[in-house]
Design a protein around this ligand. Structure first.
Ligand code: ADP
Ligand code: MG
Length: 698
């Protein structure tokens, strides 16, 4: 019998319901305490949990377990061990201990460490993260874990995220308690990542080396129709796509991932999936899992899911919107304007903390969204510009204006305090139109960070946000802690006012896609870090190293190792792209062009011999195509030489700049000519499927 959706949801997850059913009461309580308060877990508790987990997993068909982790590759990693343990007589039992649950020791030597891990010490450890639920996938019990080196340095994307969540919780709680909200003992960050993706036919994909090796097309003339008719956005789902999305939802639901919204996106063949938000680290794990399931299920449907930020030139690429907020353990969304003036005070404090954080650490936010793929989107009128600014909407901006100027805020009664200060205004949730061009927009009760690329882990941006906001809150706490209770309201008012004055330059409600804004942003002194090599050095800037080390999010060597990994990754990506382009040009495109021009020449001489025809049209085409061929050949020689130069540059940052300023333009020049030539070639001559087939065949 088919399961109902509520029965299906989380059916492969070791969730609270299962824990309650399977664990002895005291063990359940101890585990819950660990999950909610980050307390240490005793080994006897772990042993008991391991037994229950194994029983449940085996009942649900699992034979193996794996510590699932997120190394710096940007993908997830897993190594499967079976539960079987020989017990003599050729018999086995299914066994799993607390030690195996809590700690793993994978060989770390083949994961990027940016020089952190000396070669003589290849060991790495995986540590169970009980705050993210274990689940079963393909007959294996998956245990979410953090991954670190022998000496305890983080080698993954989860460890610093957990650290940043704890830091934010501590600093936010201190401020809330000071403001009189004494019941709160913890604050969680919540994240809802909206995921964009493309689906193309598998048989067509397999004929394109560029898609296979780089995830994006390096060649391809624009088809007669692109996205200009705006017909695809929210359009009717094609049967094949609909079947895929249906399967995808079911699979995600089984894994406890609250997939909620699905629709067609702006570009042809582009789609989006949005889940309901969850605690940040669970949301990050679930987004990684979502991307994996998307790819796996596409294969089953003879499709390929492209998560690259720019699979096709000339039409929109894919991003990821990181919706972010903070919620108290008493259930209050701190970015939700409240119903009473005092709730609004709390809201304003947290709002201006975010504004201050984004203004001071805009460069780090830019770094958190940087990748070779995302460079094709940012600032290209399909995604926010590289300048990080905040959209607040008209009403909230007016509220902040009134605070700044001590003026009366429209709708409410002005209340005068004995001290003469204007009490913070009372206002309601703003439902103004969303501004789609802003990289960081307030959307009613959360912020939406829109710079992220579609393929990236959402861990990085949330680490930066959590840490920068925690820093702002800790400064607020220091400022407010000495204020006597009866003067607290005035002190808060002054703090909000000072913060607005100091950081309002980062607020911008206009159209972020215009050149006027870029000029204005420069006047305001905002960062405009255009490319990945331009922005990465900000990661190791003193103020940012200071931020991360002071809050114990990263050690200095963790930061530098990550910086190295990012640079290296950028160079490798571009090198693979250049090699792929050279291969396609030399072994596919030029041979096809030569074949065709050869047969054209034959046919011209036959026609001329037979009937002395002028063959004006054919001759024109022949000379045009040969000229293109000559130019392409010349430019590919240049690219080849430049690629050689690039690989000889020892300094990683210098190499990255070279790839950006020399190799990329080389590749674009070749493409420009090849695409013109392609538009004159008969379809059957092209050795791989063209854009029209890739984008419009489903
Ligand atoms: P859109 O941005 O397309 O208008 P929604 O406003 O419905 O869509 O929400 C987009 C995403 O924001 C969803 O994933 C949703 O779960 C998430 N979201 C909503 N509230 C919060 C919150 N408090 N914290 C984090 N994410 C949230
Ligand atoms: Mg959105």
């Amino acid at each position: 019998m088919k399961k109902s959706i509520p029965q299906l949801f989380g059916s492969l997850v070791f969730n609270d319901q299962v824990m309650r059913d399977k664990l002895p009461k005291d063990i359940y309580k101890a585990l819950k305490k660990t999950i909610e308060n980050n307390t240490h877990l005793e080994l006897d508790v772990a042993n008991s949990v391991a037994v229950a987990m194994k029983e449940w997993a085996v009942e649900n068909g699992a034979t193996h377990f794996t510590h699932w982790f997120q190394p710096m590759t940007g993908f997830t990693a897993e190594k499967h061990d079976s539960f079987i343990t020989p017990v003599g007589d050729g018999q086995v039992i299914m066994d799993f201990s607390g030690k195996e649950l809590v700690k793993g020791e994978p060989d770390a030597s083949s994961f990027p460490s940016g020089g952190l891990r000396a070669t003589f010490e290849a060991r790495g450890y995986t540590n169970w993260d009980p705050t993210s639920p274990a689940f079963i996938k393909d007959g294996t019990l998956y245990i979410p874990t953090a991954f670190c080196s022998y000496s305890g340095e983080a080698l993954d994307k989860k460890t610093p995220l957990l650290r940043s969540m704890e830091t934010l919780s501590r600093e936010a709680t201190k401020v809330l308690n000071l403001l009189g909200n004494t019941e709160v003992t913890g604050v969680y960050t919540t994240v809802g990542p909206e995921q964009e993706y493309f689906l193309v036919d598998k048989a067509l994909y397999q004929q394109r080396k560029d898609l296979i090796f780089t995830g994006r097309t390096l060649l391809g003339a624009k088809p007669p129709k692109g996205q200009e008719m705006e017909a695809h956005y929210f359009g009717t789902l094609k049967t094949r796509i609909s079947a895929y999305m249906h399967d995808l939802d079911e699979e995600l639901w089984r894994l406890g991932i609250p997939a909620k919204t699905k629709h067609n996106e702006v570009a042809p063949a582009q789609h989006e999936l949005a889940p309901v938000f969850e605690t940040a680290n669970v949301a990050v794990d679930h987004n990684q899992l979502t991307m994996e399931v998307m790819k796996k299920l596409a294969d089953k449907h003879d499709l390929v899911c492209l998560l690259h930020e720019k699979p096709f030139a000339g039409i929109n690429g894919s991003g990821k919107h990181n919706n972010w907020s903070m919620i108290t353990n008493t259930g209050i969304n701190l970015l939700d304007p409240g119903r009473t003036p005092s709730e609004n005070i709390q809201f304003l404090v947290f709002l201006v903390a975010v504004i201050k954080a984004v203004d001071e650490y805009a460069d780090l936010m830019r770094v958190s969204a940087a990748s070779a793929g995302n460079d094709h989107r940012l600032g290209a009128n399909e995604a926010p510009p590289a300048v990080v600014s905040i959209f607040l909407g008209d009403e909230l901006t007016a509220v902040l204006d009134s605070i700044e100027n001590d003026t009366f805020f429209g709708k409410q009664q002005r209340i005068q305090m004995e001290t003469g200060a204007t009490v913070l205004p009372h206002f309601f949730k703003d439902n103004t139109d969303r501004n789609r061009t802003s990289p960081f927009a307030f959307t009613g009760n959360k912020f939406e960070f829109r710079m992220l690329g579609s393929s990236a882990s959402v861990s990085g941006p949330n680490i930066v946000l959590n840490t920068a906001v925690a820093e702002a809150l800790s400064q607020f706490y220091e400022k407010l802690k000495t204020a006597p209770a009866e003067q607290m309201e005035e002190a808060v008012h002054q703090l909000v006012k000072d913060t607005v004055l100091k950081h309002k330059r980062v607020v911008f409600n206009g159209n972020g896609y215009t050149d006027e804004w870029l000029a204005e942003a420069e006047k305001r002194g905002l960062y405009n870090l255009k490319s990945t090599p331009d922005c990465l050095p900000a990661f190791i800037a003193d103020k940012n190293v200071d931020l991360f080390t002071r809050h114990k999010i990263y050690t200095k060597s963790e930061i530098f190792s990550r910086y190295e990994i990012l640079l290296e990754n950028y160079c490798k990506t571009l090198n693979i792209e250049a090699e792929t382009l050279l291969d396609m040009i030399h072994r596919q495109f030029l041979p096809a062009l030569m074949d065709y021009t050869g047969s054209l020449a034959d046919s011209i001489s036959r026609k001329q011999a037979a009937a002395s025809l002028s063959c004006k049209q054919e001759l024109g085409l022949l000379s045009r195509l040969s000229a293109y061929g000559d130019e392409i050949a010349e430019k590919t020689e240049q690219l080849k030489a430049d690629t050689l130069t690039a690989s000889g540059i020892g300094d990683a940052l210098e190499a990255a700049h070279y790839y950006h300023s020399v190799i990329l333009p080389d590749m674009e020049e070749i493409r420009f000519i090849a695409d013109q030539a392609e538009s004159y070639l008969p379809e059957a001559v092209l050795p791989y499927p063209a854009y029209d087939k890739l984008l419009f065949s489903i």
